[in-house]
Each structure stands twice: as C-alpha cells, then as structure tokens.
Design a protein. Structure first.
Length: 418
C-alpha cells in the first residue's frame, strides 16, 4: 500500500501536464484573437457585412483574415469553435486542485494557526467559494454597470482583493494564492461556457434559419472575452506562485496577489494598445516596475514570532499521531532535523535563504508528520532532496525514511491518500 503515494504523485504529474498544455492553448488563442481584433483595418473591397481585415505572414505563407461584426450572409461550411481549450484547462485544474489540496488538505490546504477547521470544512469552503465570484461578476455584467466598463472592472478588482484577504484568513499561503487563481479562472471559463458560446450559438442558429442575427450577442461575447484577456496574466502568476515562498508565505501575500492583478492590467494595456495603434503607452512599464518593486518590498515582511514551544504544544491530528507513533519515527525525526530543517525552518539558518522552500517547514513533530508523503517521495525513494545532496544525506538514512513511511502505510493505509 505504500506505493499509493507514488501513484498519486504520478497522477498529479499527469493532470498537471494536461493542465499546462491546455492552458497554453487557451492563453495563446485568447491573446491571438484579441491582438487580431485590435489590428483589423477597413478596406474598400471587403465583402458585405465585414468589419475589417488583416494580412499576416507566418510559417512561410500569407494569411488574409476578415472579420464580420455580426455575421456573414450565410453560414460557412467549415466553422471552427474555440472552446475545448478553456473547458479542458478548467476541468484539469479542478482535478489537480482536488488531488493536491483536497486529498492533501492536512498538509497544503489548512493552516491551524489561522482557523480551527476540519478538513471537510476546508474542502467545502474551497469548492463552494469558486462559484461566488462568477455569480457576483455575472450579476454585475448583466446590470446597468455593463454600460460603465471601467467601473465594472474596478468592482471586480474589489471582489478579487476581498477574496484574496478571505482566503488568507483560512488557508495556507500557498493554498490561498492558488485558490485566488482558481477563483479567477472559474470566472473566465464560466464566461466562455455561459455567455460567449451560447451567444455565438444564437447567431449560428439565426444564420441557419435565414434570420439576420442581432449584433448585441456579439457585443456581449466581445466584452466577456476582453475581460478574460486582462485576467489571464494574473492567473498565470497565481498558478505558479507555489514555487515562490516570497509570494505566498509572507504576511502580506494577499496584498501581493492584489497588486499582481494591477500589473496584469498594465501589461495587457500596453500590448492591446500597441496592437490597435502600432505603439504602446510606455508609462505602463514604469507603473509595472513600481508595482513589482512594491511587491518585492512587501514580501520581506516576515512576522514569525519564533515561539517553537507553543508549536510543539499544539495537539496532533489523528494522521499526525499515526505517523509519529509509527516504527522508526524517532530516527527519521533526527535525520530530518539534522539534514533538512536548516532550510525548512521558519527562520532558515542557511546562508542567503530567508524563507523555507515552498513554505514547507520541518522543525516540529507536527511539521514532519504532516509532510510525511513528501519527505518519503523527495528524500526517501528519490534524491530530489536535499538539492545536490548538499547536506550529505546517506543512503541508509534514505532507507530509514522509506521504511518509516511504509510502516505507517502498512498499519493504516487509509490515511495515506495525500
């Protein structure tokens, strides 16, 4: 049964790979069509109903693209729908969230120092919260606010900041930023599924029936697509943030996340303007640099109080108690404290290191038992940790780590689904 940890790790890898592949396809298509739309120019010989055209060269050939503002006179025989990229990205991301943050909730999702929640409560908040943003945003888009797009985007930003703060009050820093990314990505995919695609289908049905399509459906789809365009870069940052403790493992990580959304707006504004006019507003880069410097400054606010005795006094969960009682734990604890905790500490003592890698702490009994599966995978059966074996972890110590984890798995495998 100890191979369950290996199986889950490979499943997570496969789902993550799928998520990355489809996300690249979705982002690429989104950026391309926004750029194409902004580069369209009128021409005297365009067909009836055409809004603009664009000539492009790529891959050894020329492309001539024409856009119809509402629809052509007849439905083309071959029509390509760009939808699978969005749907597959969201579905694979949701699956990955479940694997990492629901099944691994005791290690990655909940922070007992922030909120006293059971795992099922954390999972319920995780899943339920993803719908809140879409419902609020969709309501605003369908209200009179749709006539004031700048105000609408500002209110969406306020919602994102509020959710960033709220997630940070419950989840670990890593989970908080990841969930904010998932929260935003849910809005983006819901835009495609509930608005963009249904409105496009209405236009197609009108063409099939010989009716003249209403221009309002295309306008609705265009607004939602533009919103997605401005949200894309922050979502990419949030999905990658788990690699950077300076982003997620500091006191002001929720403010850092909010500022990242502003940098996404400034960067996209530059490129969108450049595509439309041929030159971008260079002030946006100055603002982006200032925001990035502010983010870097906020990341240095480490408020850890060093009260290790209080940490050790905290009660262990049933799974933590099981791992602590498993044969070989005392030896493994000595190994981890001697070979790993100089980096994986609230206050690392390794030169030049200010935060624990990926925010993983290995100082207390609870720390070590919560990270049991990762210790097993990273230092027991593989040589991923320590990096380059810099602390000279011998083979017999790795064998001891593997044996301890397997002892725990053999006596209570139901706990090892994380």
């Amino acid at each position: 049964m100890y191979d369950l940890a290996i199986i889950w790790d490979w499943i997570a890898f496969a789902v993550r790979w799928l998520h990355v592949i489809t996300a690249m396809a979705w982002i690429g298509a989104s950026f391309y069509f926004i750029a194409l739309d902004l580069m369209l120019k009128p021409a005297p010989d365009m067909p009836k109903g055409a809004f603009g055209e664009e000539w492009e060269v790529h891959g050894g050939g020329f492309y001539h693209t024409t856009k119809y503002l509402v629809a052509p006179d007849r439905l083309p025989e071959h029509l390509t729908w760009h939808k699978w990229q969005s749907y597959t990205t969201w579905l694979s991301g949701a699956a990955l969230l479940m694997i990492v943050y629901w099944l691994g909730g005791e290690l990655y999702l909940l922070d007992p120092a922030k909120a006293d929640l059971s795992l099922w409560q954390g999972v319920a908040i995780s899943g339920g919260s993803l719908t809140i943003g879409w419902l609020a945003y969709d309501f605003m888009c369908k209200s009179k606010l749709s006539e004031r797009p700048t105000l609408l985007m500002l209110l969406l930003f306020v919602i994102l900041v509020a959710m960033s703060w709220g997630y940070n009050q419950i989840f670990t820093g890593r989970a908080a930023l990841l969930h904010l990314g998932a929260f935003t990505a849910t809005i983006m995919t819901a835009n495609v599924f509930f608005q963009i695609m249904p409105n496009q289908r209405i236009v197609v049905q009108d063409l099939k029936a010989g009716r003249t399509p209403d221009a309002k459906y295309g306008k609705i789809a265009k607004v939602r697509s533009t919103h997605n365009n401005y949200l894309t870069l922050p979502v990419v940052f949030l999905m990658l943030s788990n690699h950077y403790p300076l982003a997620f493992a500091t006191e002001y990580s929720w403010i850092i996340a909010a500022l990242v959304f502003l940098t996404g707006v400034t960067i996209r504004h530059y490129f969108n303007t450049m595509h439309a006019t041929g030159t971008g507003p260079h002030w946006t880069w100055a603002v982006t640099v200032i925001l990035f410097i502010l983010i870097a400054w906020l990341s240095t606010a480490n408020t850890w109080n060093g009260d290790y005795d209080a940490l050790e006094a905290q009660p262990l969960t049933p799974s933590e108690q099981h791992f602590a009682a498993a044969k070989g734990f005392d030896d493994v604890q000595d190994i981890v404290l001697g070979r790993c905790s100089m980096c994986h500490a609230r206050e690392p003592v390794w030169d030049g290191m200010h935060w624990a890698p990926k925010g993983v702490y290995l100082e207390t009994t609870a720390d070590i038992t919560r990270a049991a599966a990762q210790i097993y995978l990273q230092a027991g059966i593989s040589h991923a940790m320590p990096p380059a074996n810099i602390t000279d972890l011998p083979a017999e110590d790795r064998a001891a780590i593997a044996a301890w984890y397997r002892n725990a798995a053999s006596t209570r495998p139901a706990l090892l689904g994380y």
